[in-house]
Design a protein around this ligand. Sequence first.
Ligand SMILES: Nc1ncnc2c1ncn2[C@@H]1O[C@H](COP(=O)(O)OP(=O)(O)O)[C@@H](O)[C@H]1O
Ligand SMILES: Nc1ccn([C@@H]2O[C@H](COP(=O)(O)OP(=O)(O)O)[C@@H](O)[C@H]2O)c(=O)n1
Length: 201
Amino acid sequence: MPFTIAIDGPAASGKGTIARALSLTFGFHHLDTGLLYRATGAKGGDPVAAARGLTPEDLARGDLRSAEAGQAASRVAAIPEVRAALVVFQREFARREPGAVLDGRDIGTVICPGAEVKLFVTASDIVRAGRRAAELGADPAEMLIQLRERDARDASREAAPMRPAEDALLLDTSEMTIEAAVASAVAAVRVGLDRRDGAGQ
Ligand SMILES: Nc1ncnc2c1ncn2[C@@H]1O[C@H](COP(=O)(O)OP(=O)(O)O)[C@@H](O)[C@H]1O
Ligand SMILES: Nc1ccn([C@@H]2O[C@H](COP(=O)(O)OP(=O)(O)O)[C@@H](O)[C@H]2O)c(=O)n1
C-alpha cells in the first residue's frame, strides 16, 4: 500500500525543506505542487489552457522560484478551473509506491484528504519573510509585504483555501532550526508508518 504525506502551510514556512528531507529519509517520491501553479502563472495567456497543457519543460523553467512567479502563481491558483486541471496528476502522484510527499496549500484538505500523515508547517510572517529574503537576496521589508498579500489571497479564496486539515499536526518552525523541524517531521512520519504497519498485521 502506498503511503502519502501531505504538507501544507503558508509561503516560506519550510514545507519544501521538510518535504525533501522526508523524501530522502524514507525513499519516497516528492512533488512540490507549488511549482504547478508557478509554471501555470509563468506561461501567460489563458491560465486554464496553461494549466491543462503543462509539460515537463514548463516545470523545469529557471525563473519559477522568483517572488514575481510566486505572486503570479497565487493569482492563477484562485481560479477553480486551473485547480481542477491539476487534480488528477497530483492524486496519481500521491499513490506512487512506496510512498509520496506532496507539499502545497490544499494537500491535506482537498488533494489527499486520506493521507496517512498530514503536517501544517507555519512560522511567523516576519521570520518567513526574513528566510525568503535571504534565499532570494531580496529586501526583507518588501518580502514581508509580498508574503502577507499572497497568504491573504491564498487563505481567503473560495477554491481550496489554505487551511490546516482537522487532523493535521501543526509545526511552528519560527524558533526551530532546520534540523529540529526535520526531526519533528521524521518522528511524526515514523508514528504514521508504525500505525499503518500495526493495522496491517
Ligand atoms: N527551520 C528553519 N530555520 C531556518 N531556515 C529555514 C527553516 N526551514 C526552512 N528554512 C529556509 O527558509 C527558506 C524557505 O524554506 P522552504 O522550505 O523553501 O519553504 P516553503 O517550501 O514553505 O516555501 C529556505 O531558504 C530554507 O532553507
Ligand atoms: N497546492 C498548492 C500549492 C501552491 N498553491 C499556490 O501557488 C503559490 C506558490 O506556491 P509555493 O508553494 O511554490 O510557494 P512558497 O510557499 O514556496 O513561497 C501559492 O502562493 C498558492 O497560491 C496553491 O494554491 N495550492
